[in-house]
Design a protein. Structure first.
Length: 109
C-alpha cells in the first residue's frame, strides 16, 4: 500500500466584494484569524461559527502560519477599509443620541 500526498489549496475564496471567505461559508478570513490570535482553538471557532468545517479552520490557520506577512497585510487593509466605512457612516448619520434621549424622556412618568 502506498501513500499518495496530494497538494491542497487553502479553503479560501474571494467574494464579489474582494473579501476572503473561509470554505463554503460566509465567514471572513479576518474573523477566523483574529479569533485564533485571541487564543480560540479551531474547535472553539467552529463552535462559534457553525457554518465552518473543522478541517477548513485548521487549514486556514495553517495557511496563515505559513504566509503570516501576506495575511497580516490583507488584515490591515481590511481594518483600514472598515475604519473608512465607519468614518463615512458617522459623517452622514445624524447624532442619534439626541433622538434616543428625546424618546426616552417621552416614556418617563
Amino acid at each position: 500500500m502506498s501513500f499518495v500526498l496530494e497538494r491542497e489549496s487553502p479553503p479560501l475564496r474571494e467574494d464579489e466584494s474582494g473579501a476572503i471567505r473561509v470554505g463554503n461559508s460566509r465567514v471572513l478570513l479576518e474573523i477566523v484569524i483574529r479569533a485564533f490570535q485571541d487564543g480560540a482553538s479551531p474547535e472553539a471557532i467552529v463552535h462559534r461559527y457553525s457554518t465552518l468545517s473543522l478541517s477548513d479552520v485548521y487549514n486556514t490557520i495553517g495557511y496563515y502560519l505559513r504566509h503570516r506577512e501576506a495575511v497580516e497585510v490583507y488584515l490591515n487593509q481590511r481594518e483600514q477599509l472598515a475604519e473608512s466605512v465607519q468614518q463615512r457612516l458617522s459623517s452622514i448619520q445624524p447624532d442619534l443620541s439626541l433622538i434616543r434621549s428625546r424618546l426616552l424622556s417621552q416614556h418617563s412618568p
